[in-house]
Design a protein. Structure first.
Lengths: 114, 112
C-alpha cells in the first residue's frame, strides 16, 4: 500500500537557520510523482515542487532545495536561511495510478521565530 | 484569473441536515477531487473525478456523495452529516493526472 510519512510534526527554528523537512514514501509502483505543498497561516494550499520517479536530480529554487533519493525512498525539503514568512505547514504528497490517486503526509508545521 | 472556487467558506449545521459544498474551476481541467484535512492526518482524498460523469472513491468516501455533470463543477454532498464529518474541506483540480493540484480556499464545516 502507498504511504507518505512526515515524521516531524512540528519544527521550531530561529530566523536565518537552515531547516530540513523529511518525507519518506512507500509505493510498489515504478512510475509515481512526488510533490511538496505549503499551507501558510492563511490556510490556502500552494504547490512548491513536483518530481517524477525517473528524475532523481536535486532541485534548487532560491532558498529552497529538494533532495530526492529513490534508494532511501525519501524526498526531503531544505530551507536555507529561513525567514518568518516560511512559517507554514508543509505537506509531502505521492501520486500513483496515473495520477488519479493522491496520498498526503500528515504535514510538518514549521515555526520560524524572528 | 485561474482559480478554484469553493462555497461556502464556513458552514455550521446540525446532524442529519443535508448540505452541499460547491466547487467550480475555470481552467478547463478534466480532473477534480475533494479532500478533508484533519489535525495529525494531513489531507485525505474523499472522491475524485477524471471527467464529466466519471467519478471514483478516494480513501475516505463514506458519508459523502459527488457528481460531475459539467466539467467545471464538482459539488460535495453530505446527505446526513454527522459530527465526525466536522473538518476542513478542500476542492482541487488539475490538468493531467500528474500535474500539480490547484486548490480552492477551503470550507470549514462544523456538524453539531
Amino acid at each position: 500500500a502507498q504511504k507518505v510519512t512526515q515524521a516531524q510534526t512540528e519544527i521550531s527554528v530561529v530566523e536565518k537557520e537552515d531547516v530540513t523537512l523529511d518525507c519518506v514514501y512507500e509505493t510498489r509502483d515504478t512510475t509515481y510523482y512526488l510533490f511538496w505543498y505549503k499551507q501558510p497561516p492563511s490556510g490556502e494550499l500552494v504547490f512548491l515542487i513536483r518530481r517524477n520517479s525517473f528524475d532523481e536530480q536535486n532541485e534548487i529554487s532560491g532558498r529552497y532545495s529538494w533532495n530526492f533519493q529513490k534508494s532511501t525512498s525519501s524526498f526531503n525539503f531544505t530551507i536555507t536561511a529561513s525567514q518568518v514568512v516560511d512559517s507554514a505547514v508543509y505537506f509531502c504528497a505521492l501520486n500513483w495510478d496515473g495520477g488519479f490517486k493522491t496520498i498526503f503526509g500528515a504535514g510538518t508545521r514549521l515555526f520560524v521565530k524572528a | 484569473e485561474a482559480q478554484v472556487t469553493q462555497n461556502p467558506r464556513y458552514l455550521i449545521t446540525v446532524t442529519g441536515k443535508k448540505l452541499t459544498v460547491t466547487c467550480s474551476q475555470n481552467m478547463n481541467h478534466e480532473y477534480m477531487s475533494w479532500y478533508r484535512q484533519d489535525p495529525g492526518l494531513g489531507l485525505r482524498q474523499i472522491y475524485y473525478s477524471m471527467n464529466v460523469e466519471v467519478t471514483d472513491k478516494g480513501d475516505v468516501p463514506e458519508g459523502y456523495k459527488v457528481s460531475r455533470k459539467e466539467k467545471r463543477n464538482f459539488p460535495l454532498i453530505l446527505e446526513s452529516p454527522s459530527p465526525n464529518q466536522t473538518s476542513l474541506y478542500f476542492c482541487a483540480s488539475r490538468w493531467t493526472g500528474n500535474s500539480p493540484l490547484h486548490f480552492g480556499n477551503g470550507t470549514r464545516l462544523t456538524v453539531t
